[in-house]
Design a protein around this ligand. Structure first.
Ligand code: KG4
Ligand code: ZN
Length: 333
């Protein structure tokens, strides 16, 4: 079965062709740079950019993969959560294409897509498992019984981990997106230079990152980071605080749930320091850590195709009911 996956929930227009026998055939992504000078994603700009790029991205994908549209067996599109204007572009395009080609289309939950990005290399999730989803909008820990069955164990009470990276990068004048910028700057810094707080330590599986952002702001008000070295020290120390919280809660969740397999997903999973620290913690706890390749961590159409494939293969078709949603917890079946 050949599935076209469409992701437009935030600022990337990403389409992919996924074949359940051969894996990902190709991915085509247009990253939006128009937001750079605003220091964050501007929803109105994002939806206009999606409108501008979605057809060229679709055509480039088919041309590159050497596949004609008639070979597509089904379409999977992110229906939410995300920016409603951006989601509407993907869902509108998917609905039109589904009718034009007379093929089924299914709406996909963006977080489920991130979780199932771990299946894009051919290996299925080893369930039951614990999955840490860390992106720009979400920080959540799930127990997964099987694809489609998710139990929320904990989540952030305020900012998401990626949001914390982005806001702290902004305070340090490091640009957007902040995660990669902080990781780069932190390489030259000492992660114990500033003792930033670790919120909610030892208390359940919920996270909180807004206090850290405030602590960084207050620190910078008192000690202006005027040198490259000072910026690197703050970046490294803040990154360490975020990573410590993520690792501590994930390891504790895996132990409490008695699972062997631990997965990580979402844009922040691209962070090398997080990957190393999670690997070390999993070694210590006797767990097996699975990390998707970098390309499948950030938003992409392939993970949407894989998530939608589960419903398409059962004959699902949302053609007459497809709608977008800004927020909705990941439903468990
Ligand atoms: O999953 P994603 O591509 O989009 C959302 O669904 O939000 O995640 C984007 C987030 C941004 O906050 C970005 O700063 C963060 O992922 N990110 C990173 C790294 N690469 C991307 N955070 C830390 N380290 C990285 N290397
Ligand atoms: Zn995402």
């Amino acid at each position: 079965m050949l599935v076209l996956g469409i992701e437009t929930s935030c600022d990337d227009t990403s389409l992919a062709l996924y074949d359940d026998a051969r894996g990902v055939l190709d991915v085509c992504t247009a990253a939006q740079i128009a937001h750079d000078r605003y220091g964050g994603v501007v929803p109105e700009i994002a939806s206009r950019e999606h409108v501008r790029t979605i057809v060229p991205v679709y055509e480039a994908l088919l041309a590159r993969a050497g596949v004609s549209a008639s070979r597509i067996d089904g379409i999977a599109v992110t229906a939410g959560p995300g920016l409603v204007g951006s989601l509407l572009v993907g869902v509108g395009f998917a609905s039109g294409l589904a009718r034009g080609l007379d093929r089924p289309v299914v709406g996909v939950h963006h977080i489920e897509a991130h979780i199932l990005a771990n299946e894009l290399e051919g290996e299925v999730l080893q369930c039951p498992c614990v999955v840490l989803v860390v992106s720009g909008g979400h920080t959540q820990l799930f127990r997964v019984e099987r694809p489609g069955r998710y139990e929320l164990l904990g989540q952030t009470r305020d900012d998401a981990a990626g949001e914390a990276f982005d806001k702290i990068a902004k305070l340090l004048g490091l640009g957007f997106p902040g995660g990669p910028a902080i990781e780069r700057a932190a390489r030259e810094g000492r992660d114990d230079a500033v003792a930033f707080p670790r919120a909610m330590r030892g208390r359940g599986f919920d996270f909180s990152f807004s206090g850290l952002k405030t602590a960084v702001r207050l620190h910078l008000e008192r000690n202006a980071a005027t040198t490259r070295e000072a910026v690197a020290d703050v970046a490294a120390s803040a990154q360490r605080a975020i990573v410590d919280a993520l690792v501590e809660k994930t390891a504790a969740a895996a132990r409490a749930e008695g699972v062997r397999d631990v997965y990580v997903a979402g844009g922040v999973a691209a962070n090398g320091v997080l990957r190393e620290a999670l690997a070390a913690a999993c070694d210590e706890w006797g767990c097996v850590l699975h990390v998707p390749p970098l390309a499948w961590c950030t938003d992409n159409g392939a993970m949407v195709a894989r998530a939608g494939w589960y419903r398409l293969r059962e004959g699902a078709d949302d053609r007459d009911s497809l709608d977008v949603f800004a927020r909705r917890p990941l439903a468990t079946a």
